[in-house]
Design a protein around this ligand. Structure first.
Ligand SMILES: *Cc1c(COP(=O)(O)O)cnc(C)c1O
Length: 460
């Protein structure tokens, strides 16, 4: 399997190279050159398999021959060994047609662990063969950073620098990033919002001299391997329901458009999905883009669902690439306009194409709190604010098809929002028990590229 850039001018790479590269050298994102196709027999046959077995079958065509079969199976087993729930991604029935897909049983209590644990093992295997070192830089609204630090801490061949917006992540998220003692991981708080962090990250990648000097690699959802890992739970959840080919809908709490884009690829390679529903908080650039056809950068407004406080969604570029029928020139043109003006208009045929796959809903702060409370009363289930946003949008969009809402994080990770909404404390998982007694290690920097570069060069 080969990978090409959404902007068309970066070199074509195999899976391993695309994974290690992160962002393409032309500023675009890697996508598979061709897509595999799974038929209904394949999907039915997954029903009796373990999560790891499904993961192997679904991901194998994307990985190609770069890892041997036994090696790749071992990587997958290692990756999901730290999940506390036996089925890794259990489905909980809420009502006749509505299910909650619990993606928060990994080591840092958010869905990011599904991809990050896998990437950690893939990098470890790959770098131990090549004897190379890489510098990983990540931008996070909270959960990517903690998942990356957990997955890469202590790895010899990797230094990890995570940029997060100071004061805009939850206390648990911050402590998960700042308390690991491994010397190869660095939490850096930036004086800015998530979009500033993500912009700094992209600027570091686009500085090709710096990029080559430190052997830069990225683990944000710009990295194709993350998307690939997330396709798996769309398949595992669908096949566990034994629906005989019936179409379903997924509602996905969305920020950087990575998780929902994995659902789109699942659909494209054969999973019977009728609609993917984008659920956003008050930072609604995606909702607006789908309603109006105008993609317009806004200012991030901090919310109680901080992992979705994003106004420039990296993976929307991949969605547009497919909506534009893989026209890389047009994608390049739109994103160079966007870099200059902060907006672009989606052409009508592309917008219509997007609307056949996606719809959207937006949830206010009050509605989010209300839904956290309602979920407890109505379904007896504790949800985090992001999941509540998904639940609200899903409930507003129920029809006679099965709906699966992605539960993206554990409520304990956002216990303040949970407490203020319900008046109760969420159940605290064991993994959090000593987090509050450990020392924190954080480097505070202004939103300044030169200073970020200097810190990285000093520490690798
Ligand atoms: C990252 C994250 C999201 C948004 O996912 P994207 O792939 O960025 O759209 C939603 N909820 C939680 C808890 C997250 O950590």
């Amino acid at each position: 399997m080969q990978y090409i850039s959404t902007r068309g001018t970066a070199p074509e790479l195999n899976f391993e190279e695309a994974m290690l590269a992160g962002l393409a050298r032309d500023g675009g994102l890697y996508v598979p050159k061709t897509l595999p196709k799974f038929d209904s027999n394949f999907i039915t046959s997954l029903g009796h398999l373990s999560y790891e077995e499904i993961a192997f079958k679904v991901m194998k065509p994307f990985v190609g021959e770069v890892f041997e079969e036994v090696e790749f199976k071992n990587i997958i087993h290692q990756s999901y060994s730290k999940f506390v729930h036996q089925s890794k991604a259990p489905l909980r029935q809420l009502s006749d047609k509505h299910y909650l897909l619990e993606l928060y049983h990994g080591p840092t209590l958010a869905f990011k662990d599904f991809a990050m644990q896998l990437i950690g093992q893939l990098f470890r295997t790959s770098l131990s063969k090549s004897k190379k070192r890489v510098t990983i830089i990540g931008a996070t609204s909270g959960d990517t950073g903690s998942a990356a630090i957990e997955a890469f801490k202590g790895l010899d061949a990797v230094d990890v620098f995570i940029l997060y917006p100071r004061g805009r992540v939850s206390e648990v998220q911050r402590r998960q990033m700042s308390t690991p003692s491994a010397i190869n991981v660095h939490a850096i708080s930036i004086d800015g919002d998530f979009d500033d962090c993500q912009k700094a990250l992209k600027d570091l990648f686009n500085d090709l001299k710096f990029r080559d000097k430190v052997n830069l690699s990225g683990v944000n959802s710009i990295n194709w391997a993350r998307i690939m890992a997330q396709i798996v739970y769309y398949f595992s959840s669908y096949s566990s329901l034994d629906l005989g080919g019936e179409k379903v809908r997924f509602t996905v709490p969305t920020g950087n458009f990575g998780d929902i884009f994995a659902g789109y690829i699942a659909k494209k390679i054969g999973l019977p999905i009728s609609k993917l529903i984008v659920a956003t908080n008050q930072n609604d650039i995606l909702h607006n883009a789908l309603i109006s056809g105008e993609y317009v950068r806004g200012i991030v407004n901090p919310s109680i669902s901080p992992s979705m406080d994003i106004q420039v969604s990296s993976n929307f570029e991949r969605a547009l690439y497919y909506a534009l029928k893989c026209n890389a020139d047009e994608v390049s043109r739109l994103f160079s306009d966007f870099a200059l003006t902060g907006n672009f208009k989606i052409q009508e045929s592309a917008l219509n194409n997007l609307l056949t796959h996606y719809s959207s809903g937006k949830v206010s702060e009050d509605e989010t709190s209300e839904t956290i409370n309602n979920a407890l009363k109505k379904y007896n289930v504790e949800v985090c604010p992001h999941t509540a946003i998904g639940l609200k949008v899903a409930e507003d969009n129920m029809c006679d098809e099965v709906m699966i809402t992605l539960a993206t994080a554990h409520p304990a990770k956002f216990f303040k929002a949970f407490e203020s909404s319900t008046g109760k404390k969420p159940v605290m998982p064991k993994s959090l028990s000593d987090l509050f007694n450990k020392d924190e290690r954080i480097t505070e920097l202004p939103n300044n590229l030169d200073q970020i570069k200097r810190v990285i060069l000093e520490r690798i």
